[in-house]
Design a binder for this molecule. Structure first.
Ligand code: PT1
Length: 258
């Protein structure tokens, strides 16, 4: 899953809010580099990020989504707002990626009657303050418990299991120790559902390597391969070509034993 960041975020240098043409070109480059699907996000969820007004999120998202319709890969939209979900689905989005696990009361009704895929992610708190004091008695049990509760809510709303992906939410209200414990226990967090993992360029990799965000390529690729080895079905990444190469080497050397 290649990341198309439609925010003005200059922190990791990947924000493309200002220039729709560049955003579409970037998306096409990710596909050419081997992305199997794209994740379009128009509101930053990085630690400290403030909410984006609804009209601004729609204005950044919809023209790019419409331009990418028919690009050859499924399109995911990263939003927790039911109004954005509805607009995105009407514009042809294939998957809704919700960092809040469809917890807005209007979210389940917004997606239930459609057939889109749904990624349910765990987050403690909200992006603005989530890294101030993350606290868990048992991070693995609490994340797994939350995801199971959201799966139950989806079933209650008549959503088929086949539509669901789960995501422990690396970096969302978690210390480095919490993230590492979740990573170690990744295989048991899926509960039979495909897992989506997003660690690309995140500060947990900065904490491990001591490197700033623009120097986290090797760490991101290493983490992506390890996530795949632990059973991740979808890797949410900035660096599609490098991740593809690393996965190809792993597949040749480890998976395809004949
Ligand atoms: C993710 C994810 C996401 N991450 C899903 N959607 C982001 N399903 C946005 C940092 O610590 O992992 N899964 N949508 C980006 N969010 C962050 C969080 C970016 C933390 C950076 C950090 O640096």
């Amino acid at each position: 899953m290649g990341i198309v960041n439609l925010t003005p975020d200059s922190f990791s240098g990947d924000g493309l809010a200002k220039d729709r043409g560049r955003a579409v070109a970037h998306a096409e480059a990710l596909i050419a580099a081997g992305a199997d699907l794209l994740d379009l996000g128009a509101e930053s969820s990085r630690p400290g990020a403030q909410p984006t007004p609804l009209d601004e999120e729609l204005e950044r998202l919809l023209p790019v989504l419409e331009a990418l319709k028919g690009c050859g890969v499924p399109l995911s939209v990263d939003t927790y707002k039911p109004v954005v979900m509805k607009a995105a689905l009407a514009a042809g989005a294939d998957l809704i990626n919700d960092i809040s696990g469809l917890s807005d009361p209007e979210a389940l009704p917004a997606v239930a009657a459609t057939s889109c895929g749904l990624c349910l992610m765990h987050m403690q708190g909200t992006p603005g303050t989530m890294q101030q004091q993350p606290a868990y008695a048992d991070v693995v049990a609490e994340v797994a418990g939350f995801l199971a509760e959201r799966v139950a809510a989806c079933r209650q709303a008549g959503i088929a299991d086949e539509r669901l992906l789960l995501d422990p939410g690396f970096g969302f209200g978690k210390t480095l120790a919490h993230n590492l414990e979740l990573f170690r226990h990744l295989p048991q967090l899926g509960g039979g559902f495909p897992l989506l993992v997003g660690v690309s360029r995140k500060s947990m990799l900065g904490a491990i390597t001591g490197k700033p965000v623009e120097e986290r390529l090797a760490a991101s690729v290493a983490a992506a391969v390890l996530a795949a080895q632990r059973g991740a079905a979808i890797l949410r990444v900035h660096d599609v070509a490098a991740t593809r190469d690393a996965l190809a080497v792993w597949a040749a050397m480890e998976c395809d034993v004949d």
